[in-house]
Design a protein around this ligand. Structure first.
Ligand code: GCW
Length: 843
């Protein structure tokens, strides 16, 4: 009996100890950068003298969020629950309220500077004779941002003895979600919509409030929740009350609601026989529609419009222009202070490939520049960062300088549509910053894009930043923990574009993981190297992302760029490659820039290497500034890029035990997958250029893979050969094998006849959508690995999109060993195989 009790006692003790040491929050990424993890005692010492009380001046929704956030954050990080006082202070306190409220309480309290809307100040001061920490702003929203700023300082172990005045760079800091009412998300890579399902607003909007909170913490003040390929019913009478529920969820966080509208709505769902923007019936329709909206959502922010673009109807139907289309909606919004974001992403997607003068890059400037000054003051022209479409590298859109009498915002894409769809790690802030810092040299004066969008350069009242985000119901919002740095970075950059990418990555890492110097250094390092790395294996020299542009925009498919109407051409021929966009001999696109910028891009000699093929059609043998030829640069950078992704895995492994296991393993798996897919990219692009140019790789690597055995040349039992539509998507010229009959076991075997030793056996297989095939690998009779192909990758048949590398480490191989890959197909997944590669391990 005694023994039994003792065992029970220790068992309970053991359980308790484990419970106590569990982290407060599950480390599944849901908290994003707002984890408020408990500080170690030595770090918490810095905040010993933090007041025990908080006084909140006012009870607006946003101030209430400020108060609850402050209490939540301090409790999480310091383990103390602040006392809340409505009046006072009667002792030292953290006082939060607007400047006006603070001055009412303490008229002598001096605010040093003038606030921009949404700006805030963290300071210390004497209020009613008590020494206080003061968090204040001109508006409630500023106060809320101040609270987040305050908590962020604690999370980063920064001192609070500061006078920290923070002002946003631009008034408009919005996100766009491309969510459809059925719950799907266009270019969303993290599950279903947090807003909609089955053509209704979701019943449970908890994730929406949590999203609003994340947005507020980085200063985002507006959110368009519906796809720019707009749903005609988004403003139907029975839908507006549902939208009001979303607005209610966002309002406590100071985030205004917006939706996308289609200019044809008055006709298609409004009962009119026209949607001609100049027809008075149409203007009356919009007026009444917005009266209806504002009756139910008084702080509705506005609408975004995609028209005459990619199949969306537009003013061209009535031979009207974008200004006329924007203005009829803008005027209806004016009495309510709403905004129209009119997208400049208007182009003809039926361009003639054979016309050497045709150029999609010209479209936005050609269409919008001549309308400058014709837009109402509550219209903002929303311009993508580059002239094409969120490619891995593009020059700054010339339209930023082409609209001087109109409000403009820069649109960037947090969703990594062309940047690996959150399965590849790409920290995009450095890319965005290159555009923001780019000097457009308007009238010979310094005119960086960041000053233009802030409204400073041309003295515009509105303008700013829009980020296409596409968060989903996945617990960690974007499907990849590291991708959240892009959302964080977007907000921070919109708030202050002077912050360096390094600072943003550093802050994000501390908030998301912890302050361990090795963690901060490693994560920041991977993030900062990730964009150049991705560029080096997907689209060098300004070629754009050489992905499947007529498919999912994911894996390599360079051939798909050409010979179609989409205009993302690279004009790769036998002897030369690149688009000639010069004024002298090309499409004339360069002429859309100011004379100083033209000097840089008009000739190949002056164009930087990283954009040279965007602007010029050059022989493969052309010598770049880097001293190498175009073709050798292509080959080398693909090898270097793929190599670097292997290094990310090694760097990440150094963090084992320094961050929580859950996220450690998630990110490790993601980086390993990326390192395999980077090889698919490398080989596809290099093989393609090799075939077209016929020029060999000086280093002999391209088309020559020691240790690789193509599946089609293995001994097959049940497997049958199959050719990919895009031949470059699989090794050996597009040939793979598949197990077509469902639920069948097929095998591919080979005999090992290399030197005996330790090997890594890599199996390149395909994991297609809609079915989960199984694979088993054995050496002789011994099963050495098995797995299920259940990744969520685009594509219903084997392509470079669905190609995955499985690495089996540390196998001892002897001459004569039979290596067998068994694939068990199922209904939709034919367990396709590309090749097996044996890599000797260094001893
Ligand atoms: O990049 C393209 C996307 C489309 C998107 C379009 C746009 C919403 O492939 O999916 O449509 O841009 O920005 O309108």
């Amino acid at each position: 009996m005694f023994i039994y009790r003792a065992v029970l006692f220790f068992f309970v003790l053991f359980l308790l100890c484990n419970l106590i040491s569990l982290p407060l929050v599950a480390e599944n990424g849901e908290a994003g950068w707002l984890r408020y993890g408990r500080l170690e005692p030595q770090d918490a010492e810095l905040y010993q003298s933090l007041p025990a009380t908080t006084v909140v001046l006012g009870d607006s929704l946003v101030l209430k969020s400020s108060q609850s956030e402050l209490v939540r954050g301090v409790r999480g990080m310091l383990g103390r629950t602040l006392r809340i006082q409505a009046n006072g202070p009667t002792e030292a306190a953290i006082v939060i309220g607007t400047v006006e409220q603070i001055n009412k309480l303490e008229p002598r309290f001096q605010i040093p500077e003038k606030f921009q809307p949404d700006g805030y100040l963290l300071t210390r001061g004497v209020i009613k004779g008590k020494d206080c920490i003061v968090i204040t702003g001109a508006t409630d929203r500023g106060v809320l941002y101040g609270v987040f700023g305050f908590l962020s300082r604690i999370a980063q172990h920064k001192t609070l003895s500061v006078n920290d005045l923070q002002q946003p760079s631009a008034p408009v800091r919005w996100v766009n979600e491309w969510d459809n009412l059925d719950g799907s998300i266009e270019r969303g890579y993290a599950g279903k919509s947090i807003f909609f399902e089955n053509r209704k607003v979701r019943d449970d909007l908890t994730r929406v409030s949590e999203y609003g909170r994340l947005l507020a913490s980085i200063g985002i003040n507006g959110c368009d929740v519906s796809n720019v390929n707009a749903d005609l019913h988004i403003l139907d009478p029975d839908f507006i009350p549902q939208l009001a529920r979303i607005a209610n969820a966002l309002r406590p966080w100071g985030v205004q609601l917006g939706v996308a509208v289609n200019v044809s709505m008055p006709k298609q769902v409004g009962g009119l026989d026209t949607f001609d923007p100049l027809d008075p019936k149409v203007s009356k329709w919009w007026n009444e529609k917005f009266d209806e909206v504002y009756r139910q959502i008084p702080d509705f922010g506005g609408v975004v419009v995609k028209a005459d673009s990619e199949g969306q109807l537009g003013p061209s139907v009535y031979k009207r222009n974008p200004a006329e289309a924007a203005n009829v909606i803008a005027k209806a919004l004016q009495p309510h202070h709403g905004i129209v974001f009119y997208r400049a992403f208007v182009y003809d997607h039926h361009l003639d490939f054979n016309n050497l003068k045709a150029d999609r890059a010209r479209a936005a400037y050609d269409i919008f520049h001549r309308l400058d000054g014709k837009f109402e003051d509550n219209v903002i022209i929303q311009i993508k960062n580059g002239p094409i479409d969120f490619q891995v590298r593009e020059p700054a859109s010339p339209l930023f300088a082409g609209l001087q009498k109109s409000n403009v915002a820069i649109e960037v894409q947090v969703a990594q549509e062309y940047l690996g769809q959150q399965r590849h790690t790409v920290f995009i802030v450095p890319m965005w910053k290159e555009v923001l810092d780019f000097d457009m040299h308007v009238d010979g004066k310094r005119t960086p894009v960041k000053d233009i969008v802030a409204g400073k350069s041309f003295n515009r009242p509105a303008g700013g930043y829009v980020g296409v985000t596409n968060v989903g119901l996945d617990t960690n919002w974007l499907g990849n923990h590291l991708a959240m740095a892009n959302l964080y970075g977007f907000g921070r950059m919109a708030w202050n574009p002077e912050l360096s990418s390094q600072t943003i990555a550093d802050e994000w890492t501390r908030l998301t993981f912890n302050n361990d110097p090795q963690v901060v250094q490693t994560v920041t390092n991977i993030q900062l190297e990730s964009w150049p790395t991705y560029e080096s294996y997907t689209g060098v020299l300004g070629l754009q992302t050489l992905t499947n542009i007529t498919g999912p925009h994911y894996g390599p498919a360079p051939e798909s760029q050409e010979n179609n109407g989409w205009g993302q051409w690279i004009r790769a021929e036998k002897d030369a490659v690149g688009m000639d966009r010069s004024v002298a001999t090309g499409t004339g696109y360069v002429g859309q820039y100011s004379p100083d910028v033209q000097k840089m891009y008009e000739t190949a000699a002056n164009t930087p290497d990283d954009l040279i093929l965007f602007f010029h059609h050059l022989p493969y043998t052309y010598k770049l500034r880097n001293g190498k030829t175009v073709i050798q640069t292509i080959y080398d950078s693909h090898y270097a890029g793929a190599e670097k992704t292997q290094d990310f895995v090694a760097q990440w492994k150094g963090l084992r035990g320094r961050i929580d296991d859950e996220r450690y393993h998630d990110v490790l798996a993601q980086l390993k997958y990326q390192s395999g897919h980077a090889i698919v990219w490398r080989d596809a692009i290099n093989d393609w250029f090799h075939k077209i140019s016929g020029i060999a790789d000086e280093q002999g690597r391209v088309g020559n893979h020691p240790g690789r055995t193509e599946a089609e040349s293995m001994q097959l039992n049940g497997y049958t050969p199959f050719e990919l539509k895009s031949w470059e998507g699989a090794s050996g010229g597009g040939k793979v094998v598949q197990c077509v009959e469902p639920a069948k076991s097929c095998t591919a075997t080979m005999k090992f006849d290399g030197a005996p030793g330790w090997y890594e056996v890599d199996v390149e297989y395909f994991d297609v959508m809609g079915g989960d095939a199984k694979f088993r690998v054995s050496v002789g009779d011994q099963l050495v690995e098995e797995w299920t192909a259940d990744r969520q990758l685009p594509g219903r048949e084997p392509t470079a999109d669905s190609s995955v590398r499985k690495r089996i480490k540390g196998l001892a191989l002897r001459k004569g060993d039979v290596i067998k890959i068994e694939g068990i197909s199922n209904q939709r997944d034919p367990a396709a195989l590309d090749y097996v590669e044996l890599i000797p391990l260094e001893q």
